[in-house]
Write a protein that binds this ligand. Structure first.
Ligand SMILES: Nc1ncnc2c1ncn2[C@@H]1O[C@H](COP(=O)(O)OP(=O)(O)OP(=O)(O)O)[C@@H](O)[C@H]1O
Ligand SMILES: [Mg+2]
Length: 261
């Protein structure tokens, strides 16, 4: 089974210590949600795993074939239509033109994009449409590792549910491992096998919370109940800026292990 190991990972931008001593493992079929306040190094971690950045210190060992990424800003090719943006990875894999466009169109439609939308160039698409094109571009190549930086932020609730289902299907059918950055704790509870809470200055992992409940049994009642339990955890409250207690776990350099739900 493929695995990603991150050991003693640190990263600096000049004098800014963006990440310090991050240790993480991610296995095939596993979804790990990275949560934490703005500036705690989530995107930096994703850029390091994707190979866009080289770490200042530490090791990233990946047995996955290669990641497909959805970055915080959609990064679409402005000179290609939505459909051709989705099909981009298939072209690189050598899939012929007609088959490529059909697969891209089918997936785009499952994500709520009409053929008419997909015929438009990125500047004529809404933010939410661009996010979906970007997500479809990553999913269409059936990656074994998906790196997602807030891919659902610009979407309304109904669309989010449809995309969560597309993601669940991808994981179930392909055994894809997912590293998901989100600000939305409900989303993390709905999708993740583990929630990893990060804090800034310097960016580091404060707390890990495993969620053992099978994904297909995560109905709204379970999600809200679990969310309520999590909101009572000090480290989560502090991480999301909901507590006056700026002392204890935030200032500790030791990660705290959660309990299972
Ligand atoms: N290219 C860069 N050059 C210099 N500093 C950077 C650069 N990118 C990020 N940083 C700094 O590194 C720290 C972590 O930034 P990062 O973008 O990883 O945070 P984040 O957790 O993704 O935040 P957000 O939730 O707002 O997206 C911040 O202090 C940020 O200012
Ligand atoms: Mg970010």
């Amino acid at each position: 089974m493929s695995v990603l190991h991150i050991r003693h990972l640190s990263h600096r931008y000049g004098i800014t210590e963006a990440l310090t001593n991050v240790n993480l493992d991610l296995h095939a079929s596993e979804t790990l949600a990275l949560v934490g306040p703005s500036g705690c190094g989530k995107s930096t971690l994703l850029h390091l795993v994707s190979g866009l950045l080289t770490p200042s210190e530490g090791i990233i060992h990946s047995e996955f074939r290669g990641p497909a990424c959805v970055f915080q800003e959609p990064r679409l090719m402005p000179w290609k239509t939505g459909l051709d943006n989705i099909a981009l990875g298939l072209k690189a894999l050598g899939v012929a033109g007609t088959a490529r466009r059909k697969r891209a169109a089918d997936l785009g439609q499952r994500m709520g994009l009409s053929l008419r939308d997909m015929d438009k160039y990125p500047h004529a698409l809404s933010g939410g449409m661009q996010s979906r094109v970007s997500l479809a571009r990553a999913l269409v190549i059936n990656p074994d590792l998906l790196l997602l930086d807030e891919p659902f932020t610009a979407l309304d609730i109904g669309l989010k549910e449809a995309l969560y289902a597309a993601l669940d299907l991808q994981i179930a059918q392909q055994g894809t491992a997912v590293l998901l950055i989100t600000h939305d704790l409900i989303e993390a509870v709905r999708l993740a096998d583990r929630i990893v809470m990060m804090v800034p200055k310097p960016g580091r992992i404060l707390y890990e919370f495993p969620l053992m409940h099978p994904h297909h049994q995560r109905d709204s009642a379970w999600v809200y109940h679990t969310m309520a339990k999590l909101m009572q955890v000090d480290a989560i409250r502090i991480g999301f800026g909901l507590s006056d207690d700026t002392l204890s776990p935030f200032n500790s350099h030791q990660p705290i292990q959660g309990c299972s739900v």
